[in-house]
Design a protein around this ligand. Structure first.
Ligand code: WQD
Length: 336
């Protein structure tokens, strides 16, 4: 393993699709902190221009091949970090076409366009959901790919699409299989907009700070876990961002296509998360016990050693810091 990151290739800009979104905007900041020139491509359908701060932003669609090719040529793009995608699991089951069109077909257009512009390196936002319910935990990258939603399968499909473009066109890609992204930047400058997020931590913050919905529903308390609630691997968004920077370093030193778990390796239950939030806020999260949510795996958390071996990456933040930064950011939003 190399311990020192190579210098970025001179003049080679990183194109960040979806850079105005939650994980994308944290990654844009991390790339700039690592002195990598960046250009963001975002439709702003779900992202916000504010979140890119002062990075160059092109408003447009990843499926617009002429635009993507032009952006690559105008900005001397050398690699792509591709976030732009829909991510609502429930919606993907009621409107699958939206997910196939955007997440799959849109990505194929993006890849075709960047290859034409001579770009052969990509970091892709994949998901731990490609494993479905893992047969054993912690789950490593050799576990079977068994997506349980259209959303998850769009991620699995693109991992394969990228491997095929490796065979046909020399593209090299790192697919990062995120576990449960959470938290906000330490300076409370950017975070996760709770207006459309359905994930545990933003929903808990809304219940705590707005009473909206009046109570958080704990989906299932009769699982075969120590406290009866589901176990997940919550990973700080700045740690995720850092994994992208290190993935680009891997590609710059000629690294091969690889799929990598990005998690802490530590599982936390729903009630442990609520307790951690309650401890930071000084009052409990209003919640009620509810039936299981369809499709929830009982327990999933990462075996993160491939990330350490291939990228030299490991998580620096734990659940307490996730909860503390998320709470600070949501409080700051209320003050605006
Ligand atoms: C976490 C836990 C819920 C809301 C999502 C994506 C997945 C992957 C990771 C990216 C579960 C419980 C939640 C609530 C609750 N990401 N919960 N009440 O479903 O683990 O995974 O992020 O691709 O694809 O689906 O995340 O935050 O929805 O749920 O009790 O109001 O919190 O049952 O156990 P999930 P989540």
């Amino acid at each position: 393993m190399r311990s020192v990151a190579p210098e970025p290739i001179a003049g080679q800009t990183v194109l960040v699709t979806g850079g105005a979104g939650y994980i994308g905007s944290h990654t844009v900041r991390a790339l700039r902190a690592a002195d990598r020139p960046v250009v963001v491509l975002d439709s702003l359908e779900l992202g916000t221009a504010d979140a890119v701060i002062d990075a160059p932003l092109v408003v447009g669609d990843i499926a617009d091949e002429a635009l993507v090719e032009q952006v690559c040529r105008d900005h001397d793009v050398g690699s792509v970090v591709h976030f732009a995608a829909y991510k609502n699991v429930g919606e993907s089951m009621t409107d699958p076409g939206k997910y196939f069109h955007n997440n799959v077909d849109g990505t194929v257009h993006l890849v075709e366009a960047v290859l034409r512009a001579g770009v052969q390196q990509m970091v892709f936002s994949s998901s731990c959901s490609v494993y479905g319910t893992p047969p054993t935990v912690p789950v490593d990258e050799s576990a079977p790919i068994a997506p349980e939603s259209v959303y998850a399968d769009t991620k699995a499909m693109i991992e394969r699409v990228l491997r095929w473009y490796g065979m046909t066109s020399g593209l090299r890609a790192v697919s990062l299989r995120y576990f449960n992204a959470a938290g906000a930047s330490v300076d409370s400058r950017i975070g996760e907009d709770w207006s459309y997020a359905l994930n545990l931590i933003p929903v808990a913050m809304r219940a705590l700070l707005l009473g909206d919905p009046p109570q958080l529903q704990v989906y299932g308390t009769d699982y075969p876990t120590p406290d009866g609630t589901c176990i997940r691997d919550y990973i700080h968004v700045d740690d995720l961002a850092d994994a992208h920077v290190k993935s680009l370093d891997h590609l710059d030193r000629g690294g091969d296509t690889v799929e990598i778990n990005v998690g802490t390796g530590i599982g936390s239950s729903v009630l442990e998360v609520l307790n951690a939030i309650g401890a930071v806020a000084g009052r409990p999260v209003p919640h009620e016990l509810a039936p299981r949510r369809a499709g929830d795996p009982v327990s999933t958390y990462a075996e993160p050693s491939r990330a350490a071996e291939v990228l030299g990456w490991r998580a620096a933040h734990g659940l307490d810091e996730i909860v503390r930064t998320a709470y600070a950011w949501h409080l700051a939003q209320l003050g605006d």
